[in-house]
Design a protein around this ligand. Structure first.
Ligand code: ATP
Ligand code: MG
Length: 355
């Protein structure tokens, strides 16, 4: 039997704070599903983190990317530490992984679950089921630019956004394909009335790609108008595609609409599968609650479900999202961020029981 089981090599990067508290629950859930669905996972753990940065001056070793290269997927907890600037963890770990492994799609599903209070009146449970597809490698988050005349009255800062035909086309293809497999609707978010070169280019490429997906009903919105509609009527959206910056903002907004940052998952995907993809909860290291054993593990567990989907086990992934929906709809057990008193371990045990 052993010879017939697929094994997946998983890199675990717990990171800082609650990152290290939410990955073990995700692993427990994964192991249950492996037994049920006939696959196995072998793990290699890495202590790459802001704590390592403080100790050794780098988030990861110089050959860190090479150590991950042969893995099938990466599961990350969270990185961030009081006193370590965010750009260290971003540019010292997350961005090198995203770029080296061409994870050009950042995928963030948002659902308003039964049993969760959304701060938004129009977000009725069960009706909101959106995926934000964010371009993850280029766009506004570029290093091109600079500052001149520091401290003088004529001081100036310039930041260039870089959009390439290849880079935009591939993320649009991913989004259109996803929309055709889901509800058949796609919304593209830009700001072409204000940003007059890159955004009209994006719009043009949307129109070009749309011709290959006649089954998808698509439209484009200005990001400001879209943000407002997202709050007023989130249920009208299915797949939303946006540039790196706009997608970043929109997916945090959407996660807030869903009711808790502790539940939201994210995937950094390399759709070609020539390099590992990375899965991580949306939340950070939460230093305010770290070490207390009360973090909500659902964001990490849902991220693990996305990982299984990517590794070719959609039924196992669905088992996880069904169990998440059912623990929220059918029980009162909640971690503190959701108004309850359960510990991470108690919440995880209940979820596994439901599984
Ligand atoms: P970082 O700098 O690592 O991004 P942060 O404090 O900016 O950390 P988060 O870590 O996402 O951002 O935390 C935002 C708030 O949400 C905090 O009050 C935190 O306690 C809470 N929070 C985040 N994730 C969880 C979780 N999984 N369970 C419970 N509370 C959470
Ligand atoms: Mg933060």
């Amino acid at each position: 039997i052993d010879g017939m089981t697929t094994n997946h090599r998983i890199a675990l990067i717990p990171g800082d704070g609650i990152g290290a508290e939410v990955l073990p629950p995700a692993r427990q859930v994964l192991d249950v599903l492996g037994r049920r669905h006939g696959f196995s996972l072998s793990y290699t753990s890495y202590d790459w983190s802001c704590e390592r940065y403080l100790r050794e001056g780098a988030m990861m070793p110089a050959d860190g990317i090479d150590q991950l290269r042969d893995k099938d997927a990466i599961l990350l907890g969270a990185v961030g530490y009081p006193g370590v600037p965010d750009h260290e963890s971003l540019w010292g770990l997350l961005i090198p992984i995203r770029r080296s492994f061409r994870q050009y799609v950042n995928l963030r599903p948002i659902r308003v679950f039964e049993g969760i209070d959304s701060p938004v009146r129009g977000a009725r449970p069960g009706e909101v089921d959106v995926v934000v597809v964010r371009e993850n490698m280029e766009g506004e988050y570029s290093e091109v630019g600079g500052r001149l005349n520091r401290g003088f009255p004529d001081e100036i800062a310039v930041q260039e956004a870089v959009f390439t035909r290849a880079g935009v086309t591939r993320v649009l293809d991913y989004a259109f394909t996803l929309a055709s497999q889901r509800g058949g609707r796609l919304t593209s978010a830009t700001k072409s009335n204000g940003i007059v070169h890159t955004m009209p280019f994006w719009d043009q490429l949307v129109t070009e790609r749309a011709a290959s997906f006649p089954q998808v009903a698509w439209d484009q919105e200005h990001i400001d108008a879209l943000a407002a509609k997202f709050v007023l009527e989130p249920a009208r959206f299915d797949v939303v595609v946006a540039s790196n910056l706009f997608g970043d903002i929109l997916s945090d907004l959407a996660a807030a609409v869903a009711g808790s940052i502790g539940i939201a998952p994210a995937a950094n995907l390399n759709p070609e599968r020539d390099f590992p993809s990375m899965f991580e909860p949306v939340h950070g290291s939460a230093p305010d609650i770290a070490g207390q054993g009360i973090a909500n593990p659902l964001g990490a567990i849902w991220s693990a479900a996305m990982m299984l989907d990517h590794l070719g086990h959609p039924a196992a992934a669905r088992d996880i999202t069904d169990a998440i929906a059912s623990i929220l709809a059918k029980t009162d057990i909640r971690t503190r961020d959701l108004g309850g008193t359960a510990t991470t371990a108690e919440f995880t045990d209940k979820l596994i029981e439901l599984l």
